[in-house]
Unconditional design. Structure first.
Length: 337
């Protein structure tokens, strides 16, 4: 059977266009692949459309809108996930409109499907005391505990994304002065982030203890599991949840659910509270636009209060007369029924 135009264009999109022309990261390609796997599943199971019969013309705005509603209502996906799947579809149709200009009107109708607005939520982050409590939980007398302490300390100190941590190799850790971590983030963009002294010491001991300082091991993953495979995002999340349970037995300043990304949010908030310029925080976190970093400033109400207090004189007199001395008022209040 001859492949349909949808199969042809999707194959080219995932295997040629994204990695070759867009230089998209493996994670981006995997995310887009998963979006279309779900879409094909929806077409087969919900619309009775066999994948071998699926053509570009059949991908109408109505079909895609139904797919997005199915994600949100039937699969209970978040609005953020729904929007990520739509972003993959938008990217695909932007690619196809250049490959097949004859269908540009149809393609742009799909591209015009808007993302769904999300309710604004408070940026979830941990206080410095909560971070300190979490980092005190690993048992430093065991090899596993020392690994976990180094992992958690590196995750917080570098402000890295969890995938960036999982992808770290020995060669990415530079402990000579000044100590830095080379992170590869979204779009295969690399950045160098400074490491504080305590994290430098933890990494030095960890590398020596695991004999990872040999030059031929430079391509080895930095953090591995029992099978000596690199830790996955899920593995890192599991390690964190283990210590969250232990920390909450001591104090509830650690919330019930702590995700790896909360370490990144926490680092950003603590840098902001320390007076670090947003431009530096943007570069530290690897944000492409300063607007992304500004979210942290908008969330920190305590920082706003201090800034306002320092910027403006106290013009409002808070002293009030003692109303209990007004006998007429007291009489009126007593007689009020």
């Amino acid at each position: 059977m001859k492949p349909t135009d949808f199969v042809f264009y999707l194959t080219q999109f995932l295997t040629v266009y994204l990695p070759g022309q867009k230089n998209a990261s493996r994670n981006t390609i995997a995310s887009y692949r998963d979006a279309f796997k779900l879409f094909i599943h929806y077409c087969q199971e919900q619309q009775n459309i066999a994948v071998e019969k699926l053509t570009i013309k059949m991908l109408t705005p109505e079909l895609i809108a139904g797919f997005l509603d199915w994600l949100e209502n039937d699969r209970q996906s978040s609005i953020s996930t729904r929007n990520q799947r739509l972003a993959a579809i938008h990217s695909f149709f932007r690619y196809v409109q250049y490959e097949d200009p004859c269908g540009i009107l149809h393609f742009q109708k799909v591209i015009a499907i808007p993302i769904k607005k999300m309710p604004k939520t408070v940026m979830p982050h941990l206080t410095s005391d909560a971070i300190q409590l979490l980092l005190s939980q690993p048992d430093k007398t065991t090899k596993k505990g020392r690994r976990d302490l180094t992992l958690l300390g590196t995750l917080y100190d570098s402000g890295c994304r969890v995938q960036e941590l999982a992808d770290l190799k020995i060669r990415d850790v530079i402990l000579t002065n000044p100590p830095v971590l080379v992170l590869t983030g979204k779009g295969n963009k690399t950045r160098r982030v400074p490491l504080m002294k305590n994290t430098q010491i933890l990494l030095e001991h960890y590398i020596l203890e695991n004999t990872l300082d040999n030059p031929w091991k430079s391509e080895y993953p930095l953090f591995v599991n029992k099978q000596h495979h690199k830790l996955s995002k899920e593995g890192i999340a599991y390690i964190i949840s283990h210590y969250v349970i232990a920390a909450r037995k001591i104090s509830t300043i650690v919330p019930e659910k702590v995700t790896p990304h909360m370490f990144r949010h926490s680092k950003a908030m603590h840098l902001l509270q320390a007076g670090i310029n947003l431009i530096y925080i943007r570069d530290f976190l690897g944000h492409e636009h300063i607007k992304t970093t500004e979210i942290y400033a908008k969330c920190d109400t305590e920082l706003k209060r201090h800034a306002i207090e320092n910027a403006y004189p106290d013009l409002i007199d808070s002293s009030l007369p003692d109303w209990t001395e007004d006998r007429g008022l007291l009489t009126w209040l007593s007689e009020l029924s």
